[in-house]
Write a protein that binds this ligand. Structure first.
Ligand SMILES: NC(=O)c1ccc[n+]([C@@H]2O[C@H](COP(=O)([O-])OP(=O)(O)OC[C@H]3O[C@@H](n4cnc5c(N)ncnc54)[C@H](OP(=O)(O)O)[C@@H]3O)[C@@H](O)[C@H]2O)c1
Length: 267
């Protein structure tokens, strides 16, 4: 029997930005279906949020990289629940020499950042259409605004998310479903990112937006049906920088700085 409550589906919701998006939604009284890898962290997040905010919070553990898992997940949701918001947040990246990474690393970025996002949207759109007001929020990155050496595949995948989201929003215009795409800058989420941020000056660090604030802006603007969400002034200025500084100058700056982010091989 279909559960009569309406839910918000969030991928990559166990930690980082996804957990903050889930907490912001719970604070607005939204019931949650939270998805992350099979390691119990997402069930702990669900328990914590349902106790704190008195909302229903379900967890589902799966690797979104695999199409058969997307099939089972969306079948479970379509059969049992009503949803009015889908947040495609799960995504990964990194800084490396392109020629030195394993094929599996590249494949995971492509499958998770692009294919999983598109297929989840495709398989859940009919369900979203059954509600009076529904929302899709896709998490891209400031990196979507321009190519970057040593990150190569990640910005390309986020440019895909950007183009897909804006195209779909235009296609759905006038319907009950809007599509928003967010372009966060660096946030202190993973240990690698936190370590990297510690190398910046106090002034630069002060311009970084927290994942909590980023999440609040993203949800507020998604509910206002804003298509393009660039959270915070520093990120808006970075977007301007990327658009107006000639590419060769940008690449020189990126090459000099991003190479320092490449993990040093220890063995
Ligand atoms: N952090 C930044 O500086 C930054 C900047 C711009 C954009 N973004 C974007 O923001 C989003 C969230 O980033 P974040 O830094 O918050 O990430 P994070 O802290 O690394 O969290 C990633 C989340 O995705 C889940 N996940 C990873 N691989 C998965 C897979 N194959 N299948 C299912 N779930 C998977 C993780 O689950 P487990 O906990 O189970 O591992 C976790 O819940 C990403 O799309 C990222 O590209 C981040």
């Amino acid at each position: 029997m279909i559960n009569q409550e309406v839910y918000t589906v969030i991928t990559g919701a166990s930690k980082g930005l996804g957990k903050c998006l889930a907490e912001d939604c719970a604070g607005r009284g939204r019931n949650l279906i939270l998805i992350a890898l099979p390691n119990e962290s997402v069930s702990q997040t669900a328990k914590y949020l349902s106790n704190k905010y008195k909302v229903k919070a379900l967890s589902y553990e799966t690797n979104l990289k695999y199409e058969e898992n997307l099939e089972s997940l969306t079948k479970w949701i379509n059969t049992n629940y009503k949803i009015d918001m889908l947040i495609n947040n799960a995504g990964i990246g990194g800084t490396n020499h392109f020629g030195e990474v394993k094929t599996d690393y590249l494949d995971t970025i492509l499958q998770l950042n692009m294919k999983a996002l598109v297929l989840l949207t495709h398989k859940l759109l009919p369900l979203l259409k059954t509600q009076t007001e529904s929302y899709i929020l896709n998490i891209a990155s400031l990196a979507a605004f321009g190519p970057m050496p040593y990150k190569t595949v990640y910005p390309a995948s986020k440019a895909f998310v950007s183009s897909f989201s804006r195209g779909l929003n235009a296609e759905l215009k006038g319907s009950n479903v809007s599509v928003s795409v967010a372009y966060p800058g660096g946030m202190a989420t993973t240990p690698e990112i936190i370590e990297r941020m510690n190398n910046y000056s106090s002034f630069v660090k002060s311009t970084f937006l927290s994942p909590e604030k980023t999440a609040e802006i993203c949800i507020r603007k998604t509910l206002a049906r804003k298509t393009i969400i660039v959270p915070g002034l520093a990120n808006k200025l970075s977007r301007f920088f990327i658009a107006f500084i000639p590419e060769e100058i940008r690449f020189t700056i990126f090459r000099k700085n991003l190479i320092k982010e490449i993990p040093i091989k220890t063995a």
